[in-house]
Design a protein around this ligand. Structure first.
Ligand code: ADP
Ligand code: MG
Length: 376
């Protein structure tokens, strides 16, 4: 296989913040960037030589992108399978259709993980409100999730009682949905894995993640957890990556239950919010690693150079105080501000993040939380 060398053009299906940050990394390495996104004002536009504005099911537009790129990657899994096929006919598509197809439907993803024998919490594919009700009767508190397009806790409804099933079914649009038993979580971690076309892999140390109402608040690395749990999570993530045969990145989100069990929550075939600190504290950022993987270059070291942490900046920060107190926030030692260039703050919208490095995970997290406190 011949590597795709600097000077070549990388295409992105999706031009949100993940595409933007990957595009920055690719630009640093001398690649040219083209982006396809439904939003003409998408975050990656500022980094791209060309932005094609089209929905993710527009085959003609995707073919146009593919024809002018040496490789096409993606920053979002909700790309129509026919579009993935069309792109693959014209250029290298990495990750390819097969892993993305499995991952983009929550039920298909869970059933695949289950069939491969990976550890999961109890789940049911519900085809009616009655199925949802039966799941809650059997398992107690549950979360119903729409099969497609949910993110940051959107497209999810939490249920305690069987009587809530009809409303939950309605709220998710009256369509087949995934119902999961509510797991008793001790803590959440994720593991990022990179894989080249020939199968070489690089596994990152786990990140410890904290969510509020289904949306990531902070993430820190190294995760201060038992070393055996770290190793177990890394082997689990590597095994999934190998089995699904992805080229690029695979983020594996995990729960560690109050019983000490390690369960897979969900997969993402792309850069992940819980590894934004890799840009600060790790030898190779997830963004550079994606570029290396899809261009078939040697993968970078995943060594931790400095403990690092991030806090997400949602639209609420701007709604509370416009403009936020950037100068105060940046007085915190080791802190950095990352904004995605999005116009229009809305509640729950990811506008950017703060990061910090420190002597320890605790110090990095303390610093980034302090920086956040000073911002608004
Ligand atoms: P998203 O695609 O929005 O990230 P997730 O399925 O990862 O969706 O859910 C978001 C968060 O909601 C998780 O990180 C976790 O904190 C919580 N959550 C999701 N599923 C469960 C579950 N079965 N039990 C307990 N908490 C859950
Ligand atoms: Mg998630």
């Amino acid at each position: 296989m011949t590597p795709i060398l600097p000077g070549a053009t990388i295409g992105f299906l999706g031009g949100g913040q993940l595409g933007r940050m990957t595009a920055f990394a690719a630009r640093s390495m001398g690649y040219d960037i083209q982006v396809l996104d439904p939003d003409a004002a998408c975050a990656a536009r500022a980094v791209a030589s060309r932005t094609i504005t089209a929905p993710f099911d527009d085959i003609a537009a995707a073919v146009e992108l593919a024809k002018s790129c040496d490789v096409v990657t993606l920053e979002i899994e909700q790309i129509h399978p026919d579009v993935l096929d069309a792109v693959a006919e014209h250029t290298a598509l990495r990750p390819g259709r097969a892993p993305v197809y499995i991952i983009q439907d929550r039920i298909r993803q869970k059933e695949w993980l289950h069939a491969q024998g990976f550890p999961l919490g109890a789940f049911v594919a519900a085809a009616s409100a009655a199925d949802v009700e039966a799941a809650v009767r059997e398992h107690g508190a549950c979360i119903a999730k729409s099969t497609h397009g949910g993110y940051d806790g959107r497209g999810q409804v939490r249920l305690r009682e069987p009587e809530q099933a009809a409303d939950a079914w309605e709220a998710l649009g009256g369509r087949t949905c995934l119902v999961e038993k509510m797991v008793s979580i001790d803590y959440e971690i994720s593991v990022m894995v990179a894989r080249r076309p020939g199968g070489e892999m690089a596994v990152y140390p786990p990140s410890r993640n904290h969510h509020t109402s289904g949306i990531l608040t902070w993430a820190v690395i190294p995760a201060v957890i038992a070393p055996e749990m770290s190793e177990k999570a890394q082997s689990l993530a590597s095994a999934i990556t190998e089995r699904i045969g992805i080229v690029g990145l695979l983020a594996v989100e995990c729960f560690v239950t109050t019983e000490g069990e390690l369960l897979v929550n969900e997969l993402a075939p792309r850069p992940h919010n819980t590894y934004h600190h890799s840009e600060r504290g790790l030898a190779t950022s997830q963004f550079e690693q994606l570029v290396r993987a899809v261009c078939d270059l040697p993968l970078g070291s995943t060594e931790v150079h400095a403990p690092s942490a991030i806090v997400n900046l949602l639209g609420e920060v701007w709604l509370q105080h416009e403009p936020p107190h950037t100068t105060h926030a940046l007085q915190v030692p080791g802190s950095r501000l990352h904004l995605y260039g999005k116009a229009g703050a809305r509640g729950g919208r990811k506008m950017g993040h703060l990061s910090a490095v420190g002597e320890s995970a605790q110090q990095a997290l303390g610093r980034v939380l302090e920086s956040y406190r000073r911002l608004s």
